[in-house]
Design a protein. Structure first.
Length: 459
């Protein structure tokens, strides 16, 4: 094993150069003009995987291709048992770089300043998945036997929903059968606190439309005699949450599992301070469900949020009207034991109940995803914590992520396995924003973590 770690240490300069080459492809999946760039990036990635000793292929989909790379077959155990097999997931597509004028250097020309590499896709997700590839390279190039089989699935559509990956998993379910999935596409609180993510909130989205008169009306002539849809919507929305931050929808919390004492103890180790959060977010004061810390509120408790409100005149100056309609975009973040379809139904039933008869109600259903949870005390999770501890030289922390990663649920539904979230990003890495960056210490430590993980997970 020491040969693997020495190989990683002595080849960092080359690894960074190769990552910069990977980053140069403007693989923006949301923009059709970059279709050829995505194809070229996938081909480059497959060739690179082959050059380090993996069997690699570019797999066509109805959209952008998927790169599939595997360690070469090893003879079966003499006792007839199947060799352990793990899947490593990542994506080579990136967010659009706009607005370009806010970048301090060209987004696809990597700029290194200190221990930070600035470029679009550096942390999300090219740098993170590349760390895992370099770890495997160290095994293969030093002739060190891997204790398991590995398959890399690196897609080109994560930033636009990844719909074709789900079909790919279904089509190749038998080939991709594995013991667990490893994903490094999230983050850690800071460089002193490497982290294992063990939970994600789910989501359900919908829009509410209240329709009043057949057209905008003069508020002086008709005001006071008919319902104003914007006012009605405001009142309706105000009834969905109590003053203490608790959702007022009946049965909304049915089945929600309480946080364990172990989890709450782990959350207290996180380096988040309310005062720092207030300053970071530019708010006067934090607000959330009473009885829970800010960390618990934003990662482990369900919510109802208004994402957008639209009604009436939005232009310059005044226009004295009663608008014909009002619309609100809503999302609910869900926690374990909450199902998107069930939450959508009970929220809609409540909205219908409290909607005044003076307006017409329409509800338009949007996307949804289940929450995800894997026990942080399980064998694979504990192995990941040991690998993090050894690689970073720091005591790792446990995280629940407040956002949603739908593909993690697809791994569970299609392949029947859990996912370990071993993010290597930092809060200030500006993922999806101008001047995205990736910390090169995290890049190097992530390689060591990945190399050590395959030993720890089978210990």
């Amino acid at each position: 094993m020491q040969k693997v770690l020495d190989y990683l240490k002595h080849n960092q300069s080359r690894f960074v150069d190769e990552l910069c080459e990977f980053i140069r492809f403007p693989s923006v999946s949301a923009q059709t003009q970059h279709k050829a760039d995505l194809q070229a990036c996938a081909q480059w990635l497959a060739r690179h995987c082959a050059s380090i000793g993996l069997d690699a292929q570019v797999c066509a989909t109805a959209g952008h291709p998927i790169v599939l790379a595997k360690t070469r077959p090893v003879p079966a155990h003499t006792d007839g048992k199947r060799r352990p097999h793990f899947l490593v997931y990542g994506h080579y597509d990136v967010q659009p770089p706009e607005p370009l004028e806010l970048w301090h250097s060209p987004p696809f020309e990597a700029r290194i300043e200190g221990r930070s590499l600035f470029a679009r896709g550096s942390t999300d997700n090219k740098g993170q998945i590349f760390a895992h590839l370099k770890a495997v390279e160290a095994y293969l190039k030093t002739g060190t036997p891997l204790p398991c089989d590995l398959t890399f699935v690196i897609e080109g559509e994560e930033e636009v929903g990844g719909k074709n990956l789900t079909e790919f998993l279904k089509t190749r379910r038998k080939e991709l059968h594995c013991d667990a999935v490893i994903v490094s596409d999230t983050g850690m609180p800071d460089k002193e606190h490497p982290a294992l993510g063990y939970g994600l909130r789910g989501i359900v989205a919908f829009e509410i439309v209240l329709k009043g008169p057949s057209r905008d009306l003069h508020s002086g002539i008709f005001g006071g005699a008919i319902e104003n849809p914007a006012m009605a919507l405001s009142v309706l929305l105000s009834k969905m949450r109590g003053k203490n931050g608790r959702i007022a929808v009946p049965h909304f919390y049915d089945g929600v599992a309480p946080l364990s004492a172990y989890e709450r103890k782990q959350f207290k180790r996180l380096p988040y301070r309310d005062s720092e959060l207030v300053k970071l977010l530019g708010v006067k004061k934090l607000f959330g469900e009473r009885g829970f810390t800010a960390t618990e509120q934003r990662t482990a408790r369900p919510t109802i949020e208004i994402n957008g409100l639209t009604s009436g005149y939005q232009g310059e100056g005044s226009k004295t009207i009663i608008p014909a309609w009002a619309r609100a975009k809503i999302t609910c973040r869900l926690v374990p034991n909450q199902k998107p379809a069930k939450i959508y139904k009970i929220v809609c039933d409540y909205i219908k109940k409290i909607c005044p008869p003076t307006v017409r109600l329409e509800i338009e259903e949007g996307h949804g995803a289940d929450p995800y949870f894997v026990s942080p005390t399980g064998a694979h999770a504990q192995a990941a914590l040991r690998a993090l501890r050894a690689a970073f030289g720091r005591e790792p922390v446990l995280l629940r992520e407040g956002g949603s990663i739908p593909i993690v649920n697809d791994f569970k539904k299609v392949l029947g396995v859990d996912t370990l979230l071993l993010g290597l990003g930092l809060p200030d890495d500006n993922a999806h924003s101008p001047n995205e960056k990736y910390d090169l210490d995290n890049f190097e430590n992530g390689q060591r973590m990945s190399a050590l993980l395959w030993q720890e997970i089978l210990a």
